[in-house]
Design a binder for this molecule. Structure first.
Ligand SMILES: [Zn+2]
Length: 330
């Protein structure tokens, strides 16, 4: 309230605002922490994955006990954030954002923040944003480099203006899983992202800088570029929402290094019954209220209550389908 850019009126608006973070890895966790401490009214956190020890170097909301318990990131984040500011309404949702559930998961808020690690999901968020007029803030980091841009449909360029066509996002194959990412860059990018979020949620949109910011903390470079809208843009000019329509969404998708995610089922699993059945036939079975984790050498499988599974140790969809069918049924 003392900061002139926000003031008492801006703080009151912030307290009544609703934000959704899609993906709670390094950037999502840092952004959630800043938003909850700033006093956002309500925050929804979507994430499809669970906490592992290798996340802790950069994912600042989680600790060793979360990794030991293999808690879903959405649940671990919800618990930690409640202990930071109990006045904020916080909802962790363990789910993978898909064209089929985008409307249900993303509507009813004032702003979306990007905490994802892949362009498939970002383009889906962009389509939803442009179609519904909801602003979102793109943010990404890999190695020592990161970038962020605020997208306000009809007012600024969108992600498709920026990345389609030409130097397509599909060529960006390096990820945090293959070449790593430094803790400082994700926290810096999340800070820039949340500063923009506070301007929107506090009703101070005149303060938005309207630029694509990028930075490399290792080389000491920073850039600020004003982006023009593409008058031919597939999304914001032609209203062609190919990702949201998702006609060709595969049931099996690559997910990080040497892992595949399987979406064969669209219905809930009884995890307790499944654990009883699997315990005699698999190794190292661990379970909590949200998932079952087990080993079928040389693979590690994690099964979520919504029927989704992540198989580590292969990139081959046929192997993933076969293991899923063997242990969970076709
Ligand atoms: Zn566009």
């Amino acid at each position: 309230m003392l900061f002139a850019g926000i003031g008492p009126e801006g703080q009151h608006r912030l307290l009544a605002s609703r934000a959704t973070i899609v993906g709670c890895g390094a950037i999502g966790a840092a952004a959630a922490n800043l938003l909850v401490r700033a006093g956002v009214g309500s925050l929804k956190i979507l994430d499809r994955d669970f906490v592992e020890p290798s996340n802790l170097q950069r994912q600042t909301l989680f600790d060793e006990s979360d990794a030991r318990d293999a808690l879903p990131k959405a649940i671990a984040a919800e618990r930690k954030l409640r202990s930071i500011n109990s006045a904020v309404s916080i909802q962790g949702v363990v789910a993978d954002l898909r064209p089929q559930n985008a409307e249900a998961l993303l509507s009813g808020c004032d702003l979306l923040l990007d905490g994802t690690d892949n362009f498939e999901t970002r383009f889906l968020m962009n389509d939803f944003s442009v179609k519904s007029g909801l602003p979102w803030i793109y943010a990404a980091a890999v190695a020592s480099y990161g970038l962020t841009m605020t997208i306000r449909p009809g007012l600024t360029s969108c992600l498709a203006c920026l990345l389609e066509p030409g130097s397509s996002a599909r060529t960006l194959e390096e990820t945090c899983d293959t070449i790593g990412v430094l803790g400082p860059i994700v926290n810096l990018i999340a800070s820039w992202q949340v500063a923009e979020a506070l301007k929107i949620l506090a009703g101070r949109t005149e303060a938005l800088h309207g630029r694509l910011l990028s930075c490399d903390v290792w080389r000491g470079h920073a850039q600020s570029i004003r982006m023009a809208r593409n008058p031919q843009c597939r999304a914001c000019a032609q209203h062609n929402f190919t990702y949201l329509e998702g006609e060709a969404q595969p049931h099996i998708t690559l997910c990080g290094r040497d892992s595949v995610q399987i979406h064969e089922r669209g219905r809930a699993l009884d995890l307790a019954a499944l654990a009883l059945r699997l315990r005699p036939v698999v190794e190292d079975l661990r379970q909590n209220d949200f998932l079952i984790h087990f080993r079928v050498a040389p693979y590690d499988m994690t099964v979520f209550a919504d029927g989704r599974a992540i198989l580590k140790g292969t990139k081959d969809p046929a192997v993933a389908r076969s293991i899923y069918a063997r242990y969970l049924g076709a």
